[in-house]
Structures are given as C-alpha cells and as structure tokens.
Design a binder for this molecule. Structure first.
Ligand SMILES: Cc1cc2nc3c(=O)[nH]c(=O)nc-3n(C[C@H](O)[C@H](O)[C@H](O)COP(=O)(O)OP(=O)(O)OC[C@H]3O[C@@H](n4cnc5c(N)ncnc54)[C@H](O)[C@@H]3O)c2cc1C
Ligand code: SF4
Length: 312
C-alpha cells in the first residue's frame, strides 16, 4: 500500500498551484484509469488533487462557430449532447464505441486524453517496460504484441494510445486548452500526443504542472459524410485492435477534403496528411480509398514472435 495525500482544488488557479508545488502529485477526475494504475502499483502519486468539482463541465459555442468542451464533461454527456450529435456525429460515434456505459458516465474529456496505454507489460510490474521504468527495456517487442503499434514505433516502445475519442478529435483538428503557472495556452491536437522515440515515458506535450481546461472543435464537423469503425475482440468493453475515423467533404461525387485518423496502431492517434491529400479531387470510390489505405500503411512495420525469435 502506498500512502498518498488527498486534496480538493477550489478553482483552476488553485489546482495549478497545488500541482506545481508537488512534483509527485496527480490530478484525479473520473478516476477510471488512475485508480486502476494505483491499484496495480504502476502509478504511485504522493498526492491526489481532486479536480472533479471544478467548473469545467460546460459545452459552449465559440465565437467562430466551433464548440468548446470543458475538461470535466463526462464522455456520456458529450456523446449525447445535441450540438455534438448534430454537428460532430463522428465524435459522438467514437465516444459511444469506447468502454461501457458506466465507464463513460465517469470518464472525463481531459482524463480520456491522458489515459495511459493498455500494453499488458506496462501493467505488469514484474516485466521490463521503458514507459513505466525508463531504461528497463521493452518486453512487448519480442513478447505478446498483437494489440501493439505498427506505425511510428521506436526500439524503445511499441505501445498504442488506447482512446477512441481522441481518434475523432484528431480527425476533426481539435485544440487542447491548458493552464499552467505561466498562464493559459493552446496545443494543436496533432502536437498533444507524442511518438515514443527514446522517451516513451512521456505520452504528451502537456507539462507536469499544467491542467487541461477544455477541448475546442473548429466549426467544420463533417456531419454529412463520416464514419467511426472500430475492430476489437468483442463488441463492448474492449479496446481497439484498429479503429478509423474518416470524414469526407463531397461535391458531385468527388472528394473536396478528406480526414482520416487511425486508432490502435500508434503511440498517438495517427493522422496521415499525405494520404488525405491523395484523395482530394478523386471520385469517392473503393479504388481511391484502397489507394489511400495503402498510402497510410506504406511505413507500417509489424512485430511477431516465432519460436522465441522476434521478427520485425
Ligand atoms: C475496463 C475499461 C475499458 C475501457 N475501454 C475503453 C475504450 O474502449 N475506449 C476508450 O477510449 N477508453 C476506454 N477506457 C478508458 C476510459 O475512457 C478512461 O479511463 C477515461 O477516459 C479516463 O478519464 P478519467 O476522467 O476517469 O481519468 P482519470 O483516471 O481521473 O485520470 C487519467 C489521467 O488524466 C489526468 N487528468 C485527468 N483530468 C485532467 C485534466 N483536466 N488536466 C490534467 N490532467 C488530468 C490524471 O492525473 C491521470 O493521470 C476503458 C477503461 C476501463 C477501465
Ligand atoms: S511497448 Fe511500451 S509500454 Fe509496452 S512494454 Fe514496451 S515500453 Fe512498455
């Protein structure tokens, strides 16, 4: 049992003050990921700063016609919010593909962005894992890795980011609003999650003393032509083996703009702008989509184990 202190923040400024004062502290929102990690001894915060009562549960229109989603909006409320259902159905679909109804009731928008990988070895403290313990090695590369990354991997980590919501946010060009000791800032969604490189213990570009306050969506929601497809081992309560958020802007059967983001295949939601650009001006046909899919996977690299030998 690891002892920890518990405190509650009255406002965002106090939350930032508390986290900046204690490098071992962690925010807790819905607790659906952090508590599991603490129970498995993977996370050992010295203090939990409860942010669940901060006034960050609103969904508001922005001046430019977009939507600002507070960091504490539960995943279920967001999925069924009338503005999200009408203007950003891709996001609603992705949210409803995640976890279970009970978990979505607790899971917050900010916490979803920061949930950690589901790599089995990350949760197993008896095995080496560079993400959990930098420099210890990666048990997955020549271990059981059918749920692991095939794009953007490094020799230090092949873990994936497990979120469904984030795949849709990547496709929609969301932005993440943060507050730290230096004030407020905005991070483009594409820059928020990191590739593993040689520092796989760092999942995101959020500083340790910053809090997520909101996620902002631009006006364009691709509400007419979109899909979120998730392939998983069972129909509910399972993480993606692979998922795709796809959205098209069509005119006379031709693609004006395409957005494609993949989940379950990389350390971050995977956008490939080159593949998207190839679709521009093309007719919306199976052949065009097959060419785009081949383009996305051009640098894919799998990891398999046969008779104890790792094949890459
Ligand atoms: C059995 C199970 C199945 C699941 N299946 C899926 C699935 O299929 N798809 C999917 O996408 N997700 C799935 N999830 C994950 C779930 O969506 C996440 O656990 C949830 O979104 C995390 O949100 P939370 O508010 O509970 O975060 P918490 O557990 O409270 O926090 C997670 C992390 O975020 C930090 N944090 C939280 N809020 C903020 C903030 N505002 N600013 C800065 N830091 C913050 C915390 O310090 C912590 O490090 C599943 C979870 C479980 C337990
Ligand atoms: S893939 Fe990443 S998270 Fe999994 S064992 Fe390797 S270093 Fe750890």
């Amino acid at each position: 049992m690891n002892n920890f202190e518990y405190s509650r923040a009255a406002d965002v400024a106090e939350a930032v003050r508390q986290i900046a004062a204690d490098p071992g502290a962690k925010f807790i929102a819905g607790g659906t990921n952090l508590i599991d990690l603490m129970k498995e001894n993977v996370a050992r915060p010295t203090r939990l700063i409860d942010i669940s009562r901060l006034p960050l549960s609103g969904v508001e229109d922005t001046k430019d016609g977009g939507l600002r989603i507070g960091a504490l909006v539960p995943n279920s409320d967001l999925a069924y919010h009338p503005q999200v259902e009408a203007r950003y159905p891709l996001l609603a679909s992705a949210l409803l593909a995640g976890a279970s109804a009970q978990l979505r009731n607790m899971a917050s928008t900010g916490g979803n962005l920061l949930q950690r990988t589901r790599c089995y070895y990350f949760y197993d403290t008896a095995t080496p894992c560079n993400k959990r313990e930098p420099g210890s090695g990666c048990a997955a590369i020549d271990g059981v890795n059918r749920m692991h990354a095939i794009l953007g991997t490094s020799r230090h980590c092949i873990a994936t980011h497990p979120s469904d919501m984030c795949v849709a946010l990547a496709a929609l060009d969301a932005r993440v609003h943060v507050t730290g000791p230096g004030g407020e800032g905005v991070i483009a969604f594409e820059d928020f999650h990191r590739l593993p490189g040689d520092t796989p213990h760092l999942d995101t570009t959020l500083a340790a003393d910053e809090i997520i306050t909101a996620v902002e969506l631009p006006p364009k929601g691709f509400a007419r032509n979109y899909t979120y497809l998730k392939i998983r081992d069972r129909l509910s309560y399972a993480f993606a083996l692979v998922s795709v958020a796809a959205a098209l802007d069509l005119k006379d059967g031709r693609i004006q703009e395409a957005r494609i983001a993949l989940g379950g295949v990389a350390h971050k939601p995977w956008r490939d702008r080159e593949a998207e650009a190839r679709l521009k001006g093309e007719p919306a046909t199976r052949e065009a989509f097959t060419r785009a899919a081949d383009a996305i996977l051009r640098n894919a690299r799998g990891f398999a184990v046969m008779e104890g030998i790792a094949i890459v």
